[in-house]
Every structure is written in C-alpha cells, then in structure tokens.
Design a protein around this ligand. Sequence first.
Ligand code: ADP
Ligand code: ADP
Ligand code: MG
Length: 456
Amino acid sequence: MLRRVLIANRGEIALRVLRACRELGIETVAVYSQADADALHVQLAGQAVCIGPARAADSYLNQDALLTVAKATGCDGVHPGYGFLSENADFADACAAAGLTFIGPSGDAIRKAGSKSAARDLMRAAGVPVTPGSDGPVASVEEALTAAESVGYPVLLKASAGGGGRGIRRCDRPEDLSAAFAEAKAEAQACFGNDEIYIEKFIEDPKHIEIQILADNYGDVIYLGERDCSMQRRNQKVLEEAPSPASFMNEELRAKMGKAACTAAKVCGYRNAGTIEFLVDKNGEFYFMEMNTRIQVEHPITEAVTGVDLVKQQLLIASGQRLSIKQEDIKLTGHAIECRINAENPLLDFRPSPGRIKSLFIPGGPGIRVDTAVYQGYEIPPYYDSMIGKLIVHGKNREEAIAKMTWALSEFIVDGVATNVDFQLKLIRRPEFLEGNYDNGFLNRTDILADERSKE
Ligand code: ADP
Ligand code: ADP
Ligand code: MG
C-alpha cells in the first residue's frame, strides 16, 4: 500500500482525496498557494507546505516545487485531483522518474488519450464509433474547408488539447470557416499552449453521456454505468445525473456503451479510474468524444448508485492491487443527481463572485452529500475555478432524488457572495428537466431566470 500521498490540488477535491487516504490509513501532505493559507485542505492534512504565489502557474502547476515537496516530505505517491496537472503526461512521467507513484495512468496512456484528435484515430481503429470528422488535425484553412466539406456543415472546430469547454467553435457555412479557425486556434494557444485544431461534425441536439470505468495494472477493466451530463452552459457541465433519464437509455445500450468504454481504456493501456465521454443522438446512436484520464468532478453520483468509492479504488489500483470488483458486482441502485455550486452571479452572465462567506448553512439528511471545502468566514480567492462545492442527492428513484434536491437547495444558504443555488432550484423545477430528455443545447437556448421572471 501507498504510505504517504502528496495531494497536488486544492478545494473540495483535495478534501475528497484526503478523506479517502485517511480511511485507508495513508498519510497526507497538502500543498497550497499563498492565496490558500486559510484553506481547509491545509488545516486537515497531516502536513501542509506552501509552494508559491497565488497564480496557479506559480504554485499548483509548478511541477518542480511539487516534486521537491513530495521528496522532502517522504511521500511515495502523488494524487493530482482534477484540473491542474491531472492530465499532464509530462508530470506523470516526472513523478515516475522521481520514484513517486502518480495516482493515475502512465504518461504514455495520457498521451494516447489526451490528444483528442489522436484518441479519435485510436478509437476508430479499435472499432469504437467516433463522431465523423477530419482524419487528424487540420493545419490550414484550406485543409479545414476540405474536411468540413466532406463531413458536411455545421461543424465544430475543436482544440486537440482541449478541456473545460474551451477552444471549441461552431461553424455553419464555409464563408465563416476562416474566422472560426483563427478564433479556435488563438483560444487553444492561450488556454493550452497548443494550437492544434481538428474538425468534428456538429451532432444536432445530442446528449452528453459518459461511462465511468476502473482499470487496474493487470488488464482488468470494468464499467460503472453512465452519467448524463447534458445540462451544460457553454459546453460546461452544470448538473449531472445517474443513470441517464433519456428515453432511449436501457440495459442494452448501457452495456454496449460500457463495452465500448472498456475497449477504449484497453487500447490506451489504461489504468486508474477514467471516463469515456460520448455524444448520443436522438436515436440512441453514440459516438466517442473524448477520454478524461482522471477522477471527475461528477464522480459522486456514480458512487451513489454503485456503492463504489472511486477515489479509494484509485488509491488501491495505484498501490498495485488487483480490482476486487467484478463486472457482475456492479448493480445500479436508485437515482443520483449532482448540482455544481458555483460562486458566480447568474444575473451578471454568471460572472465569478469571489469574496468572504458571511454565513453558511449546508443541508443534510438521508441521501444528501455535500462535497465542499468552504466554511463560514472563509474568503473565496479570485484566482481559481468558481466551483465551491457540489450537492449530491441519492433517492430510490428519480422522483425521490428530485424531491431531495429541491429541499436541499432550498435549505442551502451562502451569504456574502453570489451563487447559482437559486438558479439550480429554478432549473430543476423546469418541465424540460423533469421530463428528462433535455439535450446539451437546452441551457444555451433557455433563459431560466428570464422565463421565471415573466411568469411572476
Ligand atoms: P469534468 O469533465 O470532470 O466535469 P471539467 O472539464 O468540468 O471536468 O473540468 C474539471 C475541472 O478542471 C474544472 O473545475 C475546470 O475548471 C478544470 N479544467 C478542466 N480542464 C481545464 C483546462 N484545460 N484548463 C483549466 N482548467 C481546466
Ligand atoms: P472538453 O474537453 O472541453 O470537455 P468535449 O470534447 O468533451 O470538450 O466537448 C465539450 C462539450 O461540447 C460536449 O459535452 C458537447 O456538449 C459539446 N460538443 C463537443 N463535440 C460536439 C459535437 N461534435 N457535436 C455537438 N456537440 C459537441
Ligand atoms: Mg469533455
């Protein structure tokens, strides 16, 4: 077993990892930036070391500092959480070279899965259905035009290194392609330091459905059902549920997608928890979109319906243990929903709203879980993601889960900063949500707050 783990992250995921380590008797070392001296992960970890100034590039992304701290404190493992260095193949390699276990896949597997354009080629070759698109990256507007012509408009220009919904541009007509190409390239360069772009056919009104997998070092891979992440604003997830409430979802499709996801993991030589994201069209046809080679924000809904602690599994796999769970052990029970709680102002175009939390009330009760690292009096720094927590409910069916979510959101109080709590409450009362067949474009087409106002 791993003995002492460096947690190379902050916020709620740092706490999540810390707690899983504790349960397994693993010691923890937290790192923090100068802006995070008051953060909860600093207080709860076995030890905590400041690694640099507020800017992520100078602290949480500072590989040398992280490795130095890991060695100086006698760690044998590094957990990257999500975001930051979690999908950085060079960091995974650097950990291995320093004799540290990176709690994730090998650098090689991250490279295979991490370039979206390269991953598409790999999946196609393995017989996993992929969205129609360019064969590899497009280097010029001319190549983009040829590729777009052959798959048919509308198309999406996407960054090979993309993540977090960035570096994506839709293009409906050839005359707009040159501008969209320049924009996508510039955003990709700015966000990821890599301006490689490829083309995908734009799938009309699809759902985003992803499969959670676990893979060990010995070639065993299992899938743990799906998450429906179609509730998105500008390609970023807002609310997730498991299982998918889509009318096309059934045991047969779940098994087909699950097997495709396991194939995807195998062809990359993957180990660790991982997620294979698919787009599913109105007819239930699914297409591989990308693979996330890390624990995901929305992993708790899968934990709720399967009873499997995914972060503990990551630690056991990284410790070299065989998966003790078999595919036939995975049974989905009830229904789970997660609402992301962000410090942002929905009335000001969801602008981030950092500041001091004056008062805080966190809901509870059977089937209610809140993963957060904020507390009353805590000052949310302006330097990082605006997500301050996640509210997860688990009911015996979807109706019960929605009822629990309604009451939990109603009880939730965060005073001092603007949040999206009220927005989430209005969202889950919408008939389109209740009906369950909402697609990825729903939140972009619908002004939840304006519609509410006009009804009042
Ligand atoms: P998930 O698929 O787990 O929902 P997201 O794509 O929403 O993951 O990203 C998880 C977290 O990591 C988010 O908080 C997001 O801000 C951050 N993140 C993901 N990709 C990037 C990126 N390329 N640059 C900066 N932050 C990112
Ligand atoms: P990221 O790495 O930023 O998460 P993804 O490739 O997962 O990027 O795409 C993010 C979101 O963009 C998807 O969840 C989906 O809503 C939308 N999207 C991506 N590709 C397509 C496509 N070909 N057609 C329609 N929507 C898409
Ligand atoms: Mg994605």
